[in-house]
Design a protein around this ligand. Structure first.
Ligand code: NI
Length: 173
């Protein structure tokens, strides 16, 4: 089921999310909905708060070519446990901040630990776009958006655009 995606600014996007003690059928169903919502958008990552879920869950698939097989990953309680000194710059966007993009610098390589939907602990290293994406999604679980890395002027400009967009959406324009 495709879930509506919250648009910034929204207090639910600023919350620090709570960890899972374990997985469950409800969590597996939620993960399916999140992947469906992400692919439909389309996007390469989605975090719980973006659909109003304040628990530590993210989904990702950074395979962007339609010709390549999908590579979905679902993470509960994801945590960066090591990161490279080497940095990478990507132009980031966010499904909660539609049509706005800005360069963000983050570690190029990260090692991430998480619990999968079967309740098993996983650890894997991610690089380049996958590394940027997983860091961006984990930020969401801590109430942080990519625009929080930008200067105040740019952040306020984007926020005003989003307020305007939300007014238009509310009016049904
Ligand atoms: Ni995002």
């Amino acid at each position: 089921m495709i879930r509506p995606i919250l648009i910034h600014p929204d207090p639910r996007l600023k919350k620090v999310c709570t960890p899972y003690a374990d997985s469950s059928d409800a969590v597996r169903k939620l993960a399916e909905d999140m992947l469906e919502t992400m692919y439909d958008a389309p996007g390469i990552g989605l975090a719980g708060p973006q659909i109003g879920v304040t628990e530590r869950i993210i989904v990702m698939d950074c395979v962007r070519e339609d010709t390549e097989p999908r590579s979905p990953i679902v993470m509960l309680n994801p945590e960066v446990i090591a990161s490279s000194d080497e940095q990478n710059v990507y132009e980031e966007g966010c499904l909660s901040i539609p049509d706005q993009f800005a360069e963000v610098t983050r570690p190029k390589l990260v090692q991430v630990r998480w619990m999968d939907v079967d309740g098993t602990e996983q650890t894997r290293e991610f690089d380049d776009l996958w590394a940027t994406c997983v860091q961006h999604e984990i930020d969401h679980l801590n109430g942080k958006l990519f625009i929080d890395y930008l200067g105040a002027m740019k952040r306020q400009m984007i926020t005003r655009k989003m307020q305007k967009l939300k007014r238009e959406l509310a009016r049904g324009d």
